[in-house]
Design a protein around this ligand. Structure first.
Ligand SMILES: Cc1cc2nc3c(=O)[nH]c(=O)nc-3n(C[C@H](O)[C@H](O)[C@H](O)COP(=O)(O)O)c2cc1C
Length: 209
């Protein structure tokens, strides 16, 4: 049996994109089928043009398919990534999430394992607050949150964030370092392995008419 994992993210300048690729790699390393999807951009092209890094990243990732709510119906498990924006998820990801009411109503999002990752400029700039904020959505869905916790040395090596992989871009503008990418790979692997165990146990739904 193989599981289906949707890695759905928003990234302006590439940090969360790098994490998303690492999460996808980790999930795929278990034999899972993975869809890597970026959510739709909401910013006007003229605004993107004002930031060369944003423009470069947008052009470089144009070939990555855009996320659709159908990806959530397809997948057995989800990993969501977003930059930290004033300590909360980016509007682009929230816009995608706000299109899921139909699936939520049908109970499609319930009982699905889910995990999240983020990136911020500052070490204490709201990484954890962003992940916890995103988790509020998962509670409403009745999804099963699969945090990394402190279940692997990779989590400690990346700074010890038990809520989800999180990178600190800082003034250097560099992307996530090797330790954070390893933690993201671990998080993807853990999500897929947990899902496999759940699906192997039972496909019966709990609590839906
Ligand atoms: C509108 C806006 C709000 C932001 N808010 C925060 C913040 O609260 N804390 C922080 O550390 N960084 C903040 N940042 C910086 C981004 O979170 C950070 O650069 C992140 O690594 C970008 O990820 P990306 O390269 O995937 O777009 C903000 C950036 C923007 C544009």
């Amino acid at each position: 049996m193989s599981v289906k994992v949707a890695v759905i993210y928003y990234s302006s300048t590439g940090a969360v994109h790098a994490l998303a690729e690492a999460v996808a790699e980790g999930a795929a390393s278990t034999g899972a089928e993975v869809r890597l999807r970026r959510v739709a951009e909401l910013a006007p092209e003229a605004t993107i043009d004002e930031n060369p890094q944003w423009r470069r990243h947008r052009d470089a990732t144009a070939s990555i398919p855009e996320a659709a709510v159908e990806d959530l119906a397809w997948a057995d498990a989800y990993a969501f990534g977003t930059p930290t924006r004033f300590g909360a998820p980016a509007a682009q990801l929230k816009q995608f999430i706000d299109q899921t009411a139909g699936l939520w109503r049908e109970g499609v999002l319930a009982d699905k394992p889910v995990t999240a990752f983020t990136s911020a400029f500052n070490r204490h700039g709201g990484n954890e607050a962003t992940l916890i904020s995103l988790a509020n959505v998962f509670y409403h869905w009745g999804a099963l949150i699969v945090p990394p916790g402190y279940t692997d040395p990779a989590v400690y090596a990346a700074g010890g964030n038990p809520y989800g992989a999180s990178s600190v871009t800082g003034p250097s503008g560099d992307g996530p370092d090797t330790a954070v990418l390893d933690a993201a790979r671990y998080q993807g692997r853990r999500l897929a392995e947990t899902t496999l165990r759940l699906l192997a146990g039972s496909r019966e739904r709990v609590g839906h008419p």
